[in-house]
Design a protein around this ligand. Structure first.
Ligand SMILES: [Zn+2]
Length: 275
């Protein structure tokens, strides 16, 4: 079957003499992998269309049950040009495509996710500062699309509104994405996120204590930024400002949350560039 769909290039690698294997996130089929024959020849018809983070119109010879499809044609619809000239934007955009590649399965169509990806890349491309905020906001929306949105409006125990709440901090329960206010979180056991991150990298697996707890502390400034990242329009999140410490806390929190809910999730290489 010959089929056509819009797609974002996630990954491109050399294959045999002059070809490439390219992974796309497509509007119609979700993640798809294909072979672009002759893509590494000087005068290849594919040109620059197979570069990661490019929006393309893709024509495939598609066969059911085949792992690698044959890419017949690939034309650039849009290049996110600013992304390539700015380290922070590049890192944020690469993290988006890397997350998609890791967290989605092949041939699972999700048009809402496809639309979110385009909106995210556009917002990163146009960010005048803090492109990392777009990535964090993308991660929050990704969690919502996969059915485990963070509940950032009210305390999960007493129902108190979290907006404008003051105090030393709240507790986030990773399993439910629930937040407990300072009054209700006093007796909940918590762990230090950095310790869990390093512990999970160890060959001995997850320490029982950390797994049992599944609760982490979140500072008030981090909570309030998270709430705004979740609710503000993507193109406006780069204007959110916060201290570096809060930024590290936000990144660690979302990484842990994603890791808790996606088994496939490993540390992102592009994200490491921020540190
Ligand atoms: Zn409460």
């Amino acid at each position: 079957m010959i089929t056509k769909t819009d797609a974002v290039v996630l990954k491109s690698m050399k294959f045999r003499g002059t070809s490439k294997i390219v992974t796309f996130y497509t509007r119609r089929y979700g993640k798809v992998k294909g072979v672009a024959k002759g893509a590494r020849e000087m005068k290849s018809k594919f040109g620059a269309s197979l570069e990661p983070m490019t929006l393309v119109s893709l024509v495939l010879y598609k066969k059911e049950q085949r792992e690698l499809q044959l890419i017949s044609q690939c034309d650039i619809l849009h290049q996110y040009k600013n992304v390539h000239s700015d380290m922070e934007k590049m890192s944020a955009a690469l993290s988006v495509v890397e997350l998609l590649n890791k967290l989605t399965h092949e041939e699972e169509e999700n048009s809402l996710l496809f639309a979110l990806v385009l909106e995210t890349l556009e917002a990163v491309d146009h960010a005048t500062r803090n492109a990392v905020n777009v990535l964090l906001a993308f991660e929050l929306r990704l969690c919502s699309l996969f059915g485990f949105a963070l509940s950032l409006d009210r305390c999960a125990a007493c129902g108190r509104a979290l907006e404008g709440l003051e105090g030393t901090g709240v507790v986030l329960q990773l399993s439910k994405g629930a937040v407990y206010c300072p009054l209700c979180s006093g007796t909940i056991p918590v762990f230090d996120p950095e310790r869990l991150l390093s512990a999970r990298r160890s060959p001995h697996g997850i320490p029982q204590a950390a797994e049992r707890a599944g609760n982490m502390r979140l500072s008030m400034p981090a909570l309030h930024i998270l709430r705004r990242l979740a609710s503000a329009r993507l193109e406006s999140v780069p204007t959110l400002e916060y201290h570096e410490g809060v930024g590290n806390e936000l990144q660690a929190t979302l990484r842990l949350y994603l890791r808790y809910h996606f088994e496939e999730f490993k540390p992102l290489r592009s994200l490491e560039m921020f540190h």
